[in-house]
Structure formats: C-alpha cells, structure tokens
Write a protein that binds this ligand. Structure first.
Ligand SMILES: Cc1cc2nc3c(=O)[nH]c(=O)nc-3n(C[C@H](O)[C@H](O)[C@H](O)COP(=O)(O)OP(=O)(O)OC[C@H]3O[C@@H](n4cnc5c(N)ncnc54)[C@H](O)[C@@H]3O)c2cc1C
Ligand code: FES
Length: 520
C-alpha cells in the first residue's frame, strides 16, 4: 500500500502488485501513475491497440485513489453557479455532460470487463445545513444545474425517505458509487490480458518529449515512446505554470459502522465551503456483510493546519449530530485534493512542452470522473481525434473570470515563504516527542527533524526542492507537507506527492544537526 499512516476503508488486497521495471523498454505510450487517471488512460489506449507501459512510483492504486470516498457524480462540487460565471453556460453544460459520460464509461467498462466492484446507480442530494436557511441559494443552484443539462433535478423540502433530517435539498438522479480499488484491480487485470505492462515501485524522475521521447526512472531505466502521459495527480514535470492555477488541500474522511437499511443509499453533499460529503458502503467483513457510513470534509490547504487531528473530531461531531444511529468509527484517513482555481481539471497537452507530453491534474473532489474523462480525452488527443471537451479542460487555458480565485490562492502560497524568517517549531530538540517531527532553525538553515519512536533523531533540510517552501510536520500522516504547492515527503524525507520530483535534501547531515543542538 502507500506511505500514509492512516488507513482508508478500502483495502488494497484486490490490486495485483507488479514487479518494478528492470530493463529499458519501448512503447507507443508511457503512462506515469497507476491511479484511476493513469489506469483508465492506459486501458482505453490499449483497448484501441496501442502498446502501453504504465509506471508507478509506489504500489499500484496506492495514491489518492485509495483514499477517495468514490462518489461518481456529474454535479459540480464548486456549484454550477460558479462554473457558469467562469466558463459560461456552454462550459457548465460541457462539464455536466463530460462527467455524465465518465459515469457511463465506468459502467460500460464494469460490464465489459465483468468487474465486481459494487457499482451502483444512486441519487445525489445537495442540502443546506439546518442552521443556515439558504433556500434561495439552492433554488438558484437548481436553475443553474438545469441550464447545465440536469433537467431531472428537483427541489425537495425535507424528504421523508432518506432516513435523516436533511431539510431543503436538490435531488440529482442518476449519480453512482463503487469500490475504487476493486475497480482499479479490474482495470489492471484487463490491461494485462490486453498485453499492456504495468510496473509498481518504478519512480520516474525525468520526462523528455519531442521526436526522441523517453521517460527515465530513478533506478536508471528508460522507456522510449511516441507519447507520454503524466497522471501523477500533481505533475512533477511542470514546475510553474500549472501550480499557479491550482492549490493542494487535505481532506478528511471517517467510516462509521451503521445499522443496515436506516439511511437511503445515496450521495449527500452540504452547501458549506468546504462542504461535507456522505455515502454508504456495504462490505464483507469477518462476521458477514456490514454497512458503513462514509463521511468526508473539513478540508484545509496542505501544510497549513497546526492541529490536523482535530479535523477528525469535528467531522465525527458533524456526523453524529445528523446520524445519531451511527455506531463506532472503523476507519479515519486523510488525503490530498488538487483544486483548480476555476473548478475544472487540467487535462491535455502539458503547457510549454513538446506536443507529445500530456498531463491530467486539478481533479478537485471529483477525481473519479475527472480521471475517467482524462482517459477518454487523452485517448482522443493521442489518436488525433477531435473531442468537444478539449478547450474546457485545456491545461493552457486562462480565464480572467477566475482572477479572484487565482489571486487568492497565489497570495496564500506567497505568504508561506515568510516561514523562512520565522523561528522553528521548538526551541530544543528534546521537546520533539518520539514519533513526531518538528522544524528547527539552525543559523541560516531550517531543518526537518524527525524523532523516531526509540528517540533517535533523523534530519534533512526543511526546504522543499520544488520552489523552496518550508515544510511542516503532518502528525496525522507522519509526513512533511509543503504549504506552498502541496508537495509531501515521508518522515525520512522521501518524496510522496509532487510537484517536487526529488526527496528533501540530506546535505551535511552531521554538521547541521550539531548546529541545531548548539542553537537550541
Ligand atoms: C478524502 C478524499 C475523498 C475524495 N472523494 C472523492 C469522491 O467522492 N469522488 C471523486 O470523484 N473524487 C474524490 N476524491 C478525489 C479523488 O480521489 C482523486 O482526485 C483521484 O483519486 C486522483 O486520481 P489520480 O489517478 O489522478 O491520482 P492517484 O490515485 O494519486 O495516482 C497517481 C499515482 O502516481 C504515482 N506517482 C506519483 N509520482 C510519480 C512518479 N514520479 N513516477 C511514477 N509514479 C508516480 C503515485 O504513486 C500514484 O499511485 C477524494 C479525494 C480524497 C483525498
Ligand atoms: S511544493 Fe512548491 S515549494 Fe514546495
């Protein structure tokens, strides 16, 4: 599985873990990243006869797809009123149409490949928290949704069949849900039958587009290819352009055991910002089938929360207030969400790069469908077909109408560089509790010091190799998180999430630790 400390409800036992790349290879397309975006793209290309190699840095399906809550929806989580303001009525319609097509495509892949992944069509409900009477907002959202093509959506007042006090809400039929890792497992199985190669533990460090395109792994092996798809959630090959147009957030989820049949199986979202999201999942456990209520939310910018564990408590309190029948918490986990400033993912040619390098990023909280759209759209672009969604998802797009969101997120990133001149988190190394990390100032340096459970110190530079932000300790996942653009590193400094392509530097270790001890 991945490198995180918490575990989600989805166990990875279904997903085959395949050998690392151990020689140079060639392919028509090299796909980097084996989450839903990379594997869907690889599957659709392979099904069309392309020779495809997939490389993942870690376990197959061990990235954010293993930490999702897997709502499959074509209802914008930034709301249709916002989409319409930024992308116009046509853009909003294309958005709803493309996400509906993604759900249909998942359903058809499930049927064709006979993937047993609990795929189910359900209704979706957008509801207002009772304390806030926002009926006017919901009514305006319903109108915008109808203009986007949701002709069957309807306004309801306290429907009695959902099993909890939902209040005013808009119901969207024909949404869906599934078990994300059983689905990925089916994609990997199909890929292998169709002749594609999939390799775990094969981190890519260099991507070279153009006539002699190739991808180079950290272990030194090359895949020469005609096209490259970077589907790593946050692209490590694009240092600047995309990361000014999106921001990384941590989102939190808990799964509570719940008596079967008490709550209607559906997707539920409230209208708060950040919003809460809820669904049910039935799973086979030791004692037979059990039902779980999955509740998510409490998002914050990555690396900018001093007390992330508190988010779980807030989430549980929110859930227990509305679902008093819920029993114990079975799982708690957090994950990364990459939010585009204009509410739409970036899928297409990598800006300022060769024409044969493609990216899929900026998934927002709709990465299951955005990842599937990536597969459909990139297959068309690579095979030279026109696709009506190309402009909407174009990674090079600029929108003056999202200037407010763009400025807000970039100012937030810029402010994080003040961490260079602040003091460290602790003024003495002994104050770092075993099993935790802290940033310590040492003269002009800032060090990321991790104290292992036995009390030993491990240190690397606290300076993020992407663009020099100062990382912060994440006590929920035992990782170093960069507050600027969301890169994440394991306790020992090994890179987990981009945009950083490399580990936290381990320069002059002994000297720096000695300096820190003198300084504290
Ligand atoms: C708590 C939470 C709840 C969510 N809920 C929903 C939801 O209900 N509905 C929804 O649609 N979306 C949801 N999302 C979003 C969704 O889960 C993600 O957007 C989606 O899983 C991203 O898929 P991906 O394939 O792009 O990335 P990932 O699944 O992260 O896959 C990327 C892969 O790239 C690999 N990689 C990274 N760098 C390299 C490298 N240098 N070389 C090789 N491989 C590399 C990683 O190891 C990883 O396996 C949620 C996310 C979170 C965190
Ligand atoms: S992620 Fe950009 S500076 Fe760290």
């Amino acid at each position: 599985m991945g490198t995180e400390s918490t575990t989600s409800l989805w166990t990875n036992e279904f997903v085959p873990q395949l050998a690392p790349l151990d020689r140079n290879e060639s392919a028509d397309v090299c796909v980097i990243g084996a989450g839903i975006s990379g594997l869907t793209t690889a599957y659709l290309l392979t099904a069309n006869g392309q020779r495809v190699i997939v490389l993942d840095a870690d376990a197959i399906g061990g990235g954010e797809t293993s930490r999702t809550t897997a709502h499959l929806s074509n209802v914008s989580d930034d709301r249709f009123q916002t989409l319409e303001r930024i992308h116009g009525e046509k853009g909003s319609r294309l958005f709803a149409e493309s996400h509906a097509a993604a759900i249909d495509r998942i359903e058809s892949i499930v049927q064709e490949e006979r993937i047993d992944c609990d795929f189910q069509r359900v209704d979706g409900y957008l509801f207002q928290p009772e304390a806030e009477p926002l009926t006017a907002f919901l009514e305006a959202e319903l109108e915008a949704a109808k203009r986007a093509g949701h002709i069957d959506a309807s306004f309801l007042q306290s429907p009695s069949d959902v099993g909890f006090a939902i209040g005013s809400c808009v119901r969207f039929p024909n949404q869906a849900q599934f078990h994300p890792l059983k689905y990925l497992s089916g994609l990997v199985r199909a890929l292998r039958v169709l002749g594609a190669s999939v390799h775990a533990h094969s981190r890519v460090q260099h991507v070279q587009g153009g006539e002699n395109a190739y991808v180079q792994t950290k272990a030194g092996y090359r895949v020469t290819c005609k096209h490259i798809v970077v589907a790593t959630n946050a692209p490590f090959n694009n240092r600047y352009v995309l990361h000014t147009k999106q921001a990384s957030y941590r989102s939190y989820a808990i799964a509570l055991k719940i008596p079967a049949g008490r709550i209607k199986g559906a997707l539920y979202w409230d209208t708060l910002d950040p919003y809460h999201y809820v669904r049910l999942q039935r799973l086979e456990k030791d004692k037979g089938y059990e039902e779980f209520l999955i509740v998510g939310g409490e998002d914050h910018r990555t690396g900018q929360e001093k007390d992330p564990a508190d988010r779980f408590e807030r989430l549980e309190a929110w859930a227990r207030q509305r679902f008093p029948m819920a029993e114990g918490v079975a799982n708690r986990w957090s994950g990364q969400i990459v939010e585009p400033v204009d509410g739409v993912a970036f899928i297409g040619r990598n800006p300022m790069d060769d024409d044969n390098v493609f990216v899929a990023t900026g998934d927002s909280g709709m990465g299951m469908t955005h990842g599937t759209i990536a597969g459909m759209l990139l297959t068309d672009l690579i095979e030279g077909r026109e696709n009506p969604w190309t402009d909407l998802y174009d990674p090079a797009r600029k929108s003056l109408r999202s200037l407010v969101e763009f400025t807000k997120e970039n100012l937030n990133s810029a402010v994080q560089y003040f961490d260079w001149v602040t003091a460290g988190d602790v003024d003495a190394l002994e104050k770092i509790e075993p099993g935790r990390g802290a940033v310590v100032r040492s003269g002009l340096h800032k060090l990321a010091i991790y104290r292992d459970p036995e009390g030993g110190y491990h240190q690397c530079s606290a300076v993020c190799p992407h663009l020099g932000g100062i990382v912060a300790w994440n006590e929920v996942e035992n990782s170093w998180d960069c507050p600027c653009h969301g890169s994440r590193f394991a306790a020992d400094g090994t890179v987990i999430n981009g945009p950083a392509a490399t580990d936290l530097p381990k320069t002059a270790e002994r000297e720096l630790l000695q300096e820190a001890q003198v300084a504290t």
